[in-house]
Design a protein around this ligand. Structure first.
Ligand SMILES: Cc1cc2nc3c(=O)[nH]c(=O)nc-3n(C[C@H](O)[C@H](O)[C@H](O)COP(=O)(O)OP(=O)(O)OC[C@H]3O[C@@H](n4cnc5c(N)ncnc54)[C@H](O)[C@@H]3O)c2cc1C
Length: 389
């Protein structure tokens, strides 16, 4: 079987790229070892569509993503649960290390606005107008009115359905086991069940935790690892918060859902090698809930409904993704290392990858995500086995 573009992985990235390519009339196959949205792009609740306090290199991508999100349900012809609630990053301390606190808010708001992200500084009274339930200890916030959230599972499935309607082929339960190299190109991929898919033009590795191992077979070491993020829902009689919330110094993020609140923010589950899935660590569930109660006392003795620690996510050494062509071959493009915040920028990044694959040059907005940023010019290239894994 021969396709112009072979995409590995049917998470939000693989499905979105398939949609943007197929809509341009390109011939695409997506190979997925399990099912659409069975990795980090699926699961409980909603994901934040957030620019607030995102790394500067990603803010131009969020500026591109905002209008795409606004019309995505119409473009895909599906309900994706997108809500532009606005987002607050809550601040309790005067100074947080060298990077945050009340002292940093004006500079941060100015910088975000300069990069095209509407942002305001709120004082303690204004915070209460937005979030009356915030604790007395919250003294200010950064407010991004265009931030919000969406149903990640529905979005990923909607991208896949719309891609198929535009002609893309999806092969689920099809694990890519090997990349077949032919000189300076990868000419095909081979699946675990022995099938071969030839790539007329490019192979795109968007299989999150599996990207580093496939890149290593082409002698490229990626500075990535993976972990198990934790998210949970807590049932509440009354609404606790009304916006997408992050926090300046606590590992805490919150999202209002229908009849519950979703709590996450950086706590971890653990990997179970037997089930090949993540599982909760009770102490981390309790600590995440305790952080939320400190900032929203009305959570009181609210009860945890569900905990999601099913999926793994890849992180990179500078917490920025790598979106680039691998240096040892001419036609393998990767996107990985989303570091826990890849969902919100997916429509923008997938559009830019589609532009790159069908156009003459690498889009400028992707340049900060180059692989070359990890290399010092002039130093010899280290082979993958030189770096401990
Ligand atoms: C609990 C949690 C909360 C998060 N919260 C947010 C948030 O609020 N905002 C935000 O922006 N981001 C958030 N993220 C991050 C975001 O969800 C991810 O960055 C994003 O979904 C990654 O998408 P992906 O397509 O790269 O990977 P995935 O969705 O993991 O898809 C990769 C796919 O590749 C498949 N695969 C792997 N190896 C192979 C192979 N060899 N052959 C074929 N297929 C293969 C897998 O089965 C999987 O389906 C969160 C992530 C988690 C887990």
């Amino acid at each position: 079987m021969r396709y112009k573009f072979v995409i590995v992985g049917a998470g939000v990235y693989g499905c979105a790229l398939a949609f943007y390519l197929a809509r341009r009339g390109e011939q695409v196959v997506v190979l997925e070892s399990a099912e659409v949205a069975s990795g980090a792009s699926g699961g409980l609740g909603k994901r934040g569509v957030r620019a607030n306090r995102r790394a500067a290199a990603e803010l131009p991508l969020m500026r591109l993503a905002y209008p795409l999100w606004e019309r995505l349900a119409d473009d895909l012809g599906a309900d994706i649960g997108y809500e532009r609630t606005g987002g607050l990053n809550l601040v309790e301390q005067e100074v947080t290390g060298t990077t945050g606190g009340l002292a940093s808010l004006r500079a941060r708001a100015w910088h975000q606005r300069e990069l095209g992200i509407p942002t305001e500084v709120l004082d303690r009274d204004q915070v209460r107008e937005y979030e009356p339930g915030a604790a007395e200890t919250v003294h200010g916030a950064l407010w991004c009115p265009l931030d919000g959230m969406a149903d990640h599972t529905a979005t990923t499935r909607a991208f896949a359905t719309a891609a198929m309607a535009a002609g893309a082929v999806f092969e689920e339960h099809t694990e890519v086991a090997q990349l077949i190299r032919d000189g300076a190109r990868v000419s095909a991929v081979e699946t675990a069940d022995g099938r071969r898919f030839e790539a007329g033009e490019a192979v795109v590795l968007l299989n999150n935790t599996g990207v580093a191992d496939l890149a290593a077979t082409l002698d490229v070491q990626l500075p990535l690892w993976w972990l198990i993020p934790q998210a949970m829902t807590v049932k509440t009689a009354n609404p606790i918060c009304g916006h997408l919330l992050g926090h300046d110094h606590r590992a805490l993020s919150m999202k209002p859902l229908d009849g519950s609140v979703m709590i996450s923010g950086g706590w971890r589950g653990r990997w179970n090698p037997e089930t090949r899935r993540g599982e909760p660590v009770q102490q981390n569930v309790e600590r995440n809930l305790a952080e939320a109660r400190t900032v929203f006392p009305a959570l009181g003795d609210a009860i945890v409904e569900q905990v999601d620690t099913r999926s793994a996510e890849t992180c990179s050494v500078d917490a920025l993704p790598i979106v680039d062509v691998l240096p040892t071959v001419s036609n393998v493009l990767i996107g990985a290392g989303w570091s826990g915040h890849g969902f919100a920028i997916a429509p923008a990044v997938a559009t830019l990858i589609a532009d790159w694959l069908t156009g003459p040059t690498q889009p400028d907005t992707l340049l900060p995500l180059r692989y070359q940023r990890f290399r010092s010019p002039g130093l010899p290239v280290s082979r993958s086995h030189d770096v401990p894994r």
